[in-house]
Design a binder for this molecule. Sequence first.
Ligand code: ARG
Length: 720
Amino acid sequence: MNKKITLALIVSFLFNIAVKADEGMWLPMLLGQQVYDDMVKKGLKLTKEQLYDINKPSVKDAIIIFGGGCTGEIVSNEGLIFTNHHCGYEAIAKASSVEHNYLRDGFWAKTKAEEIPSENLSVQFLVKIEDVTDKVNETTKGLSEADYLKKLPDILTEMGKKLTEGTTYEGRVASFFKGNQFLLFTYERFKDVRLVGTPSESIGKFGGDTDNWEWPRHTGDFSVFRVYTTKDGKAGDYAADNIPMKPKYFLPVSTKGVKDGDYAMIYGYPGGTNRYETSFGVKLKTEIENPSLVNLRDVRLKLMKEQMVKDAGVKLQLASSYARIANYWKFFDGESKQLIKYDVYGQKQKAEGDFLNWAKDKPEYLSIFQDYRKAYEAWTPYAKWRMYLNEGILGSPVIKYAADMGSLDKVLSKKDVTPEEIKKAVDAVKKSHDVFMKDENLASDKNILAAVTNMFYNDIQQDQQPKAFFTWLKNKYGDLNNVHSFDAYAADVFATSLLVNNDAWNNFVAKPDTAVLHKDLAFFTANAFTAFYNANYAKFSTDFQTKNAWLGKTYLKGVMEEKGTKKMYPDANFTMRVSFGEVKPYHPRDGLDLASVCTMKGIMEKYKPGDYEFDLPKNFVDIARKRDFGPYIDKVHNDLVVSFITTNDITGGNSGSPVMNGKGELIGLAFDGNYEALSHKIAFDKDLNRTICVDVRYVLFVIDKVGGATNIIKELKIPQ
Ligand code: ARG
């Protein structure tokens, strides 16, 4: 080893000690006080005010909540939005038909007139953040523990509404540090959002569920939308003559590329983490909750896929819910594996020991883990039951829908119910039934129902079974050790239930009658399980949740005292956060090093014509073979860089988030996390955690060369 290298190693060693690992999802308005200096040290070139300002345009104004659970960013002065393909997925599937199959073939609007309105899709901009902890504490003063928890959600909703009354904004109060702090987030919501472009699914979801949550990765996970306003620039519903938004701020795009060590900053909406989960919680997760969920989803997914591969219409119909179920099926499986592999249980026990040690002379905290233990012991015997209800029995869409009919049943069974009340309730189910039937695939649901009832019977301990139901099933359909009995039962449900048979449904809503509903096999099944759960086990769940929440609040209060809040970040809760880190390779296990970028070469190596997950469009393959990469080629790799990884701390909800360089220019879109760090919701791993990003140059390549949508490229601001 020569001297130069040794010196470089020493310098980088010192540097690593000085700069902490890149853990943290920071609140944007506190960046200036908390981590701004660390960001600058890592390579940030923007001022505090450029990062976040409530008076002047700043980066935060380009960041949006996209739909119900994703992030997006504004990239032009005409309201153009970039987000992930998997975030636009539902809108793309809905815009598609078997004849115009944009999910399969892609879609590129060459003019604004061709853009496709997306019903029920909205985006939200953050206006400001305010601390309302005192107000919440005042309002909840004197409530008992159980009442506090029961009423808190409504209190927060009400408060959010009240504090933004008379404005066109929406206010939402969110809880931080397990109820030790409350912040009001004010948003402006825009409801006219149109699809501008999407690559074919084979590009946007290349690698499918096989590659999901994995690195190396070759997915072009992006789609393009546009937000419209009324003519005078206001938020409004869809209208044909609305105009493209004039945003306060939009992100410029950098095509200069990334290299190891480059600064990377991500703004977005991480959905949820639980970094102060206790050892008890980790154990419940790894031993009961995750394995149950994974088993049940495994079966449901197989039965859905079986129908999807047979028919393009069914594929479109089920695509979005399949992707949603599969995404967290793999996540929870990986989460358990990593929690066990890194002994997070042991790590938590150690942290709890340290905490107790700190709390030696603080009586308030001394019994906390004994109390946790009691709470977990009381709930654990029923935890599997609840999973098998939610992910099993209610994992059959028709049974889930039947359970939702409970609200109509209640109205109909009420004494002195008025005709108006009945009409209102019936109108509501008529609407929800239309939605349900659009997504309902009878063939897969029938098989799912047979499978999940069978699994329930075999996997849940005998003395916890709803005996009446299974006795009925046995008497009517035969031996419960024979799967055919469950098949016959499910076939009967689908042959007779008014929920899936049009004439019977129309007769029912014309003359709604609880007696008819209670005889319905789907409703009867839903009721048999939910009523049994409510009568026997719901109480344990409520008690557990109440205790757990109170203990959490106390524990966190202690941790905040112990560690001081100067450099503490709150758990993710789908409010805007900023994370910073760097482009960096990693070493997942002995003998294996993974580079920080993937290229077109790898796409072509994975390409499998005709495959469900690894096929590619013909024009894409032609362009790739010709190496027609235009200005998007990476000179160092002499190839097109498709994706890269960074050390940023993000989680689900951050999907679609902009990845920016030190100047705040867009270098990629975050779309996933790596398998080796799937324990990240509970414990951030400073060596293994990576965020997987699609390189913006690949995004532009697909738009330009594959989609021919130069109109989109022209809208962007690309500093030379
Ligand atoms: N794992 C990604 C996330 O949660 C979603 C990827 C969707 N792709 C898929 N193959 N299901 O952000």
